[in-house]
Write a protein that binds this ligand. Structure first.
Ligand SMILES: [Zn+2]
Length: 281
């Protein structure tokens, strides 16, 4: 069965000047529509869902748009946009779909910026964590964005129902993820390491004995690992197809949530390949 894409045009109406702008999602939407995917319109996440992951004071400041930092501007109505994106992740979780929404989420920790950094790296709410918590099932959270998912690590640290695996460029923003701790298995990779090293590392990661039993797989799907993108590991379109096959081989209900990927039309092609690889099985 084809994976459905969760998408709302509402996520395109802010931040056109920012690197994490609407074009990256708009172009991906056009490409995936041309590829014949079916789309689902998300509903916003409830405050109850947000408060299961984030501190209530932080949610209050987000509601008031008092969140200005260099990476996450205090856009008008950012709380609504962030709730829509979190709602997209929840819908993807319920339908084993792919949430093609923004803003992304994996740098957002319990209190906003995760411990040890001053910025939220384009993220306001941790969409993937909110969706995992909503399903309330044991999960393997696989973060293939090129940056370490420090917010997700902070949220799930020590949680025996979750294993967090992250492959990311290091040393790089946000500076965390150099080593594994507790249930958080980190695989730092040098810049532009290339597909061969990447896939070998992914195999190693997915076969770790320390992975807790899990019912579902949640993928923080970032594409800034594409050659020349913000956190390049020199992957190509075809690399994502191979990654998709490896995720499928886990043989568990799976959903995907968009994180990074900043090269216009590349995102859509990479998403298509990831999902085709996932469906090749
Ligand atoms: Zn990233």
């Amino acid at each position: 069965m084809r994976t459905k894409i969760v998408f709302s045009e509402k996520c395109l109406s802010y931040g056109a000047w920012h690197i994490e702008g609407p074009n990256r999602v708009k172009l991906a939407h056009e490409i995936l529509r041309a590829e014949g995917y079916e789309f689902l319109e998300p509903t916003p996440a409830s405050e109850e869902d947000l408060l299961k992951i984030h501190d209530s004071d932080y949610i209050w400041t987000l509601k008031k748009s008092m969140v200005e930092d260099p990476d996450t501007p205090a856009y008008d109505n950012i709380f609504e946009y962030a709730k829509n994106s979190a709602g997209g992740a929840i819908m993807a979780a319920k339908t084993n779909g792919f949430s093609l929404m923004r803003p992304p989420g994996h740098h957002a920790g319990i209190y906003g910026a995760a411990l040890g950094v001053n910025t939220r790296g384009f993220c306001y709410l941790n969409n993937v964590a909110i969706a995992v918590k909503h399903l309330n099932k044991s999960a393997l959270v696989l973060d293939i964005d090129g940056h370490h998912g420090n917010g997700t690590q902070e949220i799930f640290f020590g949680n025996k129902r979750v294993t967090f695996i992250s492959l990311h460029r290091y040393p790089y923003y946000p500076g965390t993820g150099a080593y594994s701790e507790s249930n958080c298995l980190n695989f730092p990779l040098p810049a532009n390491c290339g597909e061969k090293v990447y896939l070998k590392t992914l195999d190693k990661a997915l076969n770790m004995k320390s992975i807790n039993p899990f019912e579902i797989v949640a993928v923080s799907a970032g594409f800034d690992t594409h050659r020349g993108d913000l956190a390049s590991l020199a992957l190509t379109e075809n690399s994502y197809r191979k990654i998709g096959r490896k995720i499928a081989a886990l043989n568990k209900p799976t959903f995907f949530v968009l994180e990074g990927g900043y090269m216009g039309d590349k995102n859509g092609k990479d998403i298509n390949q990831l999902l085709r690889g996932f469906e090749d099985k």
